[in-house]
Design a protein around this ligand. Sequence first.
Ligand code: CAA
Length: 265
Amino acid sequence: MNKPEGLESTTHLLLMPPQEGVLLVQLNRPEARNALTTELLIQLAEVLDQASLNEEISAVVITGGEKVFAAGADLKQMASLDMVGVLNDTRPAIWQKIACFPKPLIAAVNGFALGGGCELAMHADIIIAGDNAKFGQPEINLAIIPGAGGTQRLIRTVGKSLAMKMVLSGEFISAEEARQSGLVAEVTSPEDSVSRAIDLARVIAAKSPLAIQQAKDVLLNAFETHLDVGLQYERKAFTVLAATEDRNEGINAFLEKRKPDFKGR
Ligand code: CAA
């Protein structure tokens, strides 16, 4: 299959042609351990923006290298920013775009996911980790703190005690500890993490895109709201889906003992 228009590899990202609705994006700055420059983040946000508009793409897998997923914010770039530079930094707005990607985003993490690298993995909806993965927020060693959601997403995902330990000590956790704490969904061998993430993305890509979109939105909304409001939000989305052709197709296919043919409407 050809690459859909607008979806080409960039200076810092390798894109594999989408197959079965899944786009694979690989961070590609190995010489700097995939440190996240502003340019890289802009490129990633643009690729996700294109992917969100492209009907051939139902899910995206993001990965890094074999030994380093991403080493965090680019410290050479960060060193040049004073307080006014940080105040005027465009990166929070770029991260916000990445966070708003409406389709499923799966991270396949091998090796180090540190600082902004761990934060990028946490922007994914699901993390599959190779058993060599190490997750950490080592910013404290630089006399700074996480600045791309690391404190907020980590504490909501792994709980207070482990988040405090990671952010205050800078100590890393292993793939298995990350799985036990809920940061990671599955641990595989390092060789298998990307293929497992792609297989999972394909399973998701075969569902009704409308139901997937609503499920992701409602699940993420749980981080933002009280239980009663979240339950109402869930019920509204459930109700909206009752008006879709896909919902009728899904239920009828089950009752008629056949495979559903979802059209995304
Ligand atoms: N920024 C810029 N360059 C980086 C980098 C980073 N975060 N991490 C590594 N590099 C560069 C190194 O400077 C080095 O460059 P040179 O060859 O020009 O000297 C090259 O990548 C190789 O680095 P190492 O020799 O350290 O590679 P390694 O394989 O031995 O170790 C590593 C890999 C464990 C990831 C180690 O590089 C490391 O600890 N990196 C820094 C991790 C870190 O502190 N991250 C937090 C950044 S702050 C942040 O992310 C804030 C935020 O919340 C957004």
